[in-house]
Write a protein that binds this ligand. Structure first.
Ligand SMILES: Cc1cc2nc3c(=O)[nH]c(=O)nc-3n(C[C@H](O)[C@H](O)[C@H](O)COP(=O)(O)O)c2cc1C
Length: 173
């Protein structure tokens, strides 16, 4: 599987770093980080593969044939650009390619509260086959630590992508 992982400048970039850590070695990872995310990572926590300004990187083309892309965390700036078809950097361009190729695109939108503008943009993207999946914690997993909470979230994202894991105990098991 070819998986694109994009980190935009919302809070919680450390969640993306842990997400990357748990991805099985059998999955081909392609990582791109926005300039704002670098600022956030500096403030909150580096690992970059592609330059977000490099719109000629392989993942910017439909011929790359990525299986899935996740933007985690996804800033409102990036969400809004994608919702109107703006493709001005590698993250937004790759996202627009995933949409046109009808491939899986997961947006871990991190903001609250949500304005009507944001909700409208989310609805439009959801109607275009994107998965809107904010990192919302689940109390039923009985988390004791932030690590437990993050493993639960990463497990939920892995389920969406189709990556097997043992990151949390499933309900009813
Ligand atoms: C420390 C820090 C935390 C931020 N947290 C968020 C956030 O949680 N959600 C969000 O939408 N924007 C957040 N922002 C603002 C974005 O970084 C800003 O809108 C930026 O333009 C996003 O650019 P990008 O989408 O290209 O990454 C934060 C900025 C900083 C410096």
């Amino acid at each position: 599987m070819k998986l694109i992982i994009a980190i935009s400048g919302a809070s919680g970039a450390s969640l993306a770093l842990k997400f990357i850590k748990y991805i099985p070695k059998t999955i081909e990872k392609h990582i791109v980080v926005s300039d704002s995310a670098k600022v956030v990572l500096e403030k909150e926590e580096g690992l970059f593969q592609y330059d977000n300004e490099d719109i000629s990187a392989p993942i910017s083309s439909g011929s790359f044939r990525a299986d899935a892309m996740i933007i985690l965390p996804c800033s409102i700036n990036t969400l809004s650009k994608i919702s109107v078809g703006i493709a001005d950097n590698l993250i937004t361009r790759s996202a627009s390619v995933m949409i046109k190729e009808k491939k899986k695109l997961i947006l871990g939108v991190r903001e609250m509260p949500l304005s009507s503008i944001i909700l409208e943009n989310m609805l439009k993207l959801s109607q275009n086959n994107c998965i809107i999946a904010p990192p919302i914690i689940g109390y039923y997993s009985n988390p004791k630590t932030i690590d437990d909470l993050e493993k639960f979230l990463i497990g939920k994202y892995f389920d969406m992508i189709g990556i097997d894991h043992n990151l949390f105990k499933r309900w009813g098991t």
